[in-house]
Design a protein around this ligand. Structure first.
Ligand code: PRP
Ligand code: URA
Length: 196
């Protein structure tokens, strides 16, 4: 986290270390899925009381920055389906605008790992969750995987969607007048995709 927050970190390192943290966050998110008991027999011929997840999952990334988290999900879930929702904040007003969404057809029956590294005002994530709920996803089946959030953003989300679960690496101190997270890491999408 220190490396990716450092303004002097070159892009290659920013991508590499962001990917490392994202992978950990995705793994942690999977721990929140419900499991049922399952017994297996080990090669020693001995039963082992374990667990298994019987549901189905998918990812949904909030483009563009959320796309950076798709590989982390693919690395741990083979052939995972990934829906995409393009939401962009207006650079002047910080208000989110929905441009496009494409979701798996059976998303209403799935658990959703919602991917966006930055949660500032919460406007973008709220808009995306509204799209998911409209598609029939149950609120309690949404796990929001996030790298850095503002306290205001996290509170707004949880007040609006009390059954939502947020898995984040760090809750920061606040936001500046342009609704950028402080201390934050700047514009994640620009740093990750090299469009600064
Ligand atoms: C960033 C970020 C979130 C959003 C967070 O995306 O990835 O989607 O802002 O801010 P909010 O909580 O106040 O809505 P941005 O719209 O800048 O686009 P990008 O993904 O292309 O960087
Ligand atoms: N989006 C970013 O990339 N960074 C912020 O601090 C806020 C929104």
């Amino acid at each position: 986290m220190t490396i990716i927050r450092d303004q002097n970190t070159p892009r290659g390192d920013f991508v590499f270390y962001s990917d490392r943290v994202i992978r950990l966050l995705v793994e942690e998110g999977l721990n929140y899925l419900p499991v049922v008991s399952k017994e297996v027999i080990t090669p020693m011929g001995v039963p082992f009381q374990g667990v298994t997840f019987e549901g189905r999952i998918c990812g949904v990334s909030i483009m563009r920055a959320g796309e950076s988290m798709e590989q982390g999900l693919r690395d741990v879930c083979t052939s995972v389906r990934i829906g995409k929702v393009l939401i962009q904040r207006d650079e002047r007003t910080a208000q989110p605008k929905l441009y496009y969404s494409k979701l798996p057809k059976d998303i209403a029956d799935r658990w959703v790992l919602l991917l966006d590294p930055m949660l500032a005002t919460g406007g973008s994530a709220i808009k995306c969750i509204e799209v998911l709920l409209e598609a029939g996803v149950k609120e309690e089946r949404i796990l929001f995987i996030n790298l850095i959030c503002s306290p205001e953003g996290a509170l707004t989300m949880l007040e609006r969607f009390p059954k939502l679960q947020i898995i984040t690496a760090e809750i920061d101190e606040g936001m500046d007048e342009h609704k950028f997270i402080l201390p934050g890491l700047g514009d994640f999408g620009d740093r990750y995709f090299g469009t600064e």
